[in-house]
Design a protein around this ligand. Structure first.
Ligand code: GRF
Length: 228
């Protein structure tokens, strides 16, 4: 059973998906603490409803990022956290934070900080990923769960899920379609971590005994002749 610390700035629907999976036995672990940099964030309310301790560390106006992240590390260590999940956490974590939750023997060399991003990385990192995808005119987008490194959305990819961008989609419609996939993908990736099935070699993450997708090819718009 792993102890999970979740960092969230907003609505916390991914936090909810992780809480629900823990309660339903889909994750061999429990959320030990939810930390938010935004007072009044809905994520804190979700923590309260689930009986999980929540703490606010307001970040507004904070200039010393290392000192701020040291407080986070303290709060997470106090709760004995094994894995940190960023879930709609709108701050970049510092190298010293990442070092505090770096690879350990117990994790087969896996870092101990994960994030979910609403695009198929390395496309559309950073803010407004869904808007970037719509404006770029891609036919598919999706979400990525990855280990966090010092860059913005650049860490080793654990898993991705694809959704189509449909004609007429705006940012919101695409975001909703992607979010539903995030809620499936993130708890699964956390469970793989909890089961000790992840390992990292360079940029590449392996998931022991995971099934490969059955799809040979996926075109959009759908191709009209099967023999082409
Ligand atoms: C998600 O789309 C996540 O990928 C992005 O911010 C959104 C957070 O949603 N980083 P929620 O707070 O989990 O509902």
């Amino acid at each position: 059973m792993i102890r999970i610390g979740v960092l969230a700035s907003g609505s916390g629907s991914n936090l909810q998906a992780i809480l629900d999976a823990c309660a339903a036995g889909g994750i061999d672990g429990a959320v030990a603490v939810v930390l938010s940099n935004v007072p009044g964030a809905r994520a804190l309310e979700r923590a309260r409803s689930a009986g999980v301790p929540g703490e606010v560390l307001p970040s507004k106006g904070v200039v010393d990022r290392d000192a701020y992240d040291a407080l986070l590390v303290d709060a997470l260590r106090r709760r004995g956290v094994d894995l940190v999940c960023l879930a709609g956490y709108m701050r970049i974590v510092t190298p010293s934070f990442l070092q505090a939750f770096g690879p350990s023997a117990a994790t087969q060399g896996c870092p101990r900080v994960m994030n979910v991003h609403p695009a198929l990385l390395p496309s559309f990192p950073g803010l407004h990923a869904q808007r970037q995808a719509v404006e770029h005119g891609v036919r598919f987008s999706g979400c990525t769960v990855h280990f966090v490194d010092a860059g913005t959305d650049t860490g080793p990819i654990i898993a991705q899920s694809v959704v189509p961008v449909l004609p007429g989609d705006g940012e919101e419609a695409l975001a909703a379609r992607i979010l539903a996939e995030e809620h499936r993908l993130y708890p699964q990736a956390v469970q793989w971590f909890a089961q000790g099935r992840l390992s990292v070699s360079g940029r590449r993450v392996s998931v022991r005994d995971a099934a490969a997708p059955a799809v040979d090819g996926l075109a959009s718009p759908v191709l009209e002749r099967a023999d082409r």
